[in-house]
Ligand binder design. Structure first.
Ligand code: CS2
Length: 487
């Protein structure tokens, strides 16, 4: 029987020098509490933080909090909180173990332990990657309150949701002396800093309190493509590392982090790890959401309808490259003011190159999930801005029509498509109330007011364009529609 050595403190001497953590695991005292132990955090902020601490020091170990599932948590515990990042597509597989996790916690199992950790003055940053839906925001940017959330906020129920953990964590911190704190949202929300500040203020209001003075909510733009880890990735990580890993994460070589520099309790020297610290993140954030994430969604919905499994396959649909470049140049560029020295089309070329990375194995269905939560931030702003300027954003409308058709639940060959979305029930009910025609589809979904602001839902020119594209997609399928549109 062969016994594979698994990653853990005892296995570190077996790793090649370039695969070892940049800091001695367990040595760095905690300074950050991070909500959301998913692959993205472990391949992005955790790596930046470890590199920063290795270069410039500081007590900035990360306490990783899993909001719901214990799965990753238990596997990390079994490995002394070590995991590896496998970088794919840069002339071979490169693995590096990361040792910056200095603690682990489970919000659903021990919410009061998480509140106590937020109250601890040693923690000076609470960061988050919990995905769009966990913030429970409506289209007006306000918190969608229900009885359960109210109970969590007032203390009648355990605070297991993100808004409740934040609001009650801040109250606990104030009661413990109120040391300065930064709440750093690292999710793909437009204006993520101010938005989460508004959410916390509203949540505190329900709890009968206000926001204290020493809490900052800087905005940030995070970027790295991190697909879900597959069984093949696990094998490749073990081969590159030389020992087994139960929780590797995989990522593209590219990574970027732009951070508004407002940290009342201090911060790691992330600039030493290559992050951009600035006073104005907005141009980066809008550029990334509109010129990367929306193009990703275009590949996901049109690709999934055409039966393409991976984002890189979707990009190879005849005409797709031409169509996406038009989307970038004609709809997105006029609605975005990029940071100095950057052009939308130049940025878009980099994005298309990154999406073409076949090694990543990034599935269209993964990017397609949670459309109702993602599209308002990445696509609807472009559409609204172009409509206000008197233009009809033809390509953006095709992407939106692609999502609508995807939401019906069938690919063009009749195969089932998963509608993995917190509003799936609402979408199915809306579709059931209209005939299954292009017009019925568009009217049903534009009526989902949790997603579409009234201004867009009532826009006759947009509706006409959506019905036209839905008709094309219904008659010819996504592959032929893309090919014809690109001619
Ligand atoms: C993707 C993002 O799944 C998605 O919706 O568009 O996760 C994307 O890969 C990252 O934002 C890249 O930084």
């Amino acid at each position: 029987m062969t016994v594979t050595t698994m990653l853990g403190l005892a296995a570190l001497p077996r790793l090649a020098a370039q695969c070892r953590p940049a800091v001695p695991p367990g040595d760095v005292r905690p300074g950050i509490l991070h909500l959301g132990l998913g692959a993205f955090h472990r391949a992005h902020q955790a790596v930046y933080t470890e590199t920063a601490v290795a270069a410039a020091g500081g007590d900035w170990g990360i306490v990783g909090v899993a909001p719901r599932s214990r799965d990753v948590l238990d596997r990390l515990r079994a490995q002394d909180r070590l995991y590896s990042v496998l970088t794919l597509g840069d002339g071979g597989d490169h693995a590096r173990a990361v040792g910056i996790l200095s603690g682990l916690a489970h919000a659903a199992g021990d919410p009061y332990g998480v509140l106590a950790a937020i109250a601890d003055p040693g923690i000076r940053i609470v960061s988050l990657t919990v995905t769009e839906k966990a913030y429970r925001l409506g289209p007006d940017g306000r918190l969608l309150l229900d009885d359960e959330l109210r109970a969590q906020l007032t203390g009648a129920a355990p605070p297991v949701s993100v808004p409740a953990l934040l609001a009650r964590g801040l109250l606990a911190r104030r009661a413990a002396g109120g040391a300065p704190l930064t709440v750093l949202c690292c999710d793909n929300l437009q204006s993520n800093g101010p938005r989460i500040r508004g959410l916390v203020e509203q949540a505190l209001e329900v709890a009968g309190a206000g926001l204290g003075p020493d809490v900052a909510f800087p905005a940030t733009m995070v970027d790295r493509i991190v697909p879900a880890t597959s069984a093949d990735h696990v094998r490749r990580a073990a081969a590159a590392l030389g020992v087994g890993d139960r929780v590797p994460v995989v990522a593209e070589p590219f990574h970027q982090w732009v951070i508004e520099d407002r940290f009342p309790g201090g911060r790691p020297d992330w600039a030493a790890a290559g992050a951009i610290l600035t006073t104005d993140v907005a141009p980066w954030e809008t550029l990334k959401l509109r010129a990367l994430n929306s193009v990703h969604s275009a590949c996901a919905y049109l690709g999934a309808l055409a039966g393409r499994e991976m984002i890189s396959d979707a990009l190879e649909l005849p005409g797709m490259g031409v169509l996406l470049r038009r989307f970038l140049a004609e709809d997105i560029a006029p609605s975005v003011t990029p940071p100095p020295g950057v052009t939308v089309t130049g940025y878009g070329e980099t994005v298309l190159n990154r999406f073409a990375n076949r090694e990543l194995g990034h599935r269209t269905h993964q990017v397609a999930m949670d459309g109702t939560q993602k599209l308002p931030h990445r696509l609807l702003g472009t559409i609204a801005d172009r409509r206000r300027a008197g233009a009809v954003p033809v390509w953006a409308a095709l992407v939106l029509a692609g999502w609508m058709r995807f939401a019906r639940g069938y690919a063009d060959d009749g195969a089932a498509l998963p509608l993995d979305d917190p509003l799936a029930g609402r979408i199915r009910a809306a579709l059931a109330g209209q005939p299954d025609t292009p017009r019925g589809l568009v009217d049903a979904l534009l009526g989902v007011h949790e997603v579409f602001p009234a201004e867009l839902a009532a826009d006759a020119a947009l509706r006409t364009e959506l019905i036209r594209w839905s008709g094309e997609l219904a008659r010819h399928g996504a592959a032929a529609t893309v090919a014809a549109a690109a001619r």
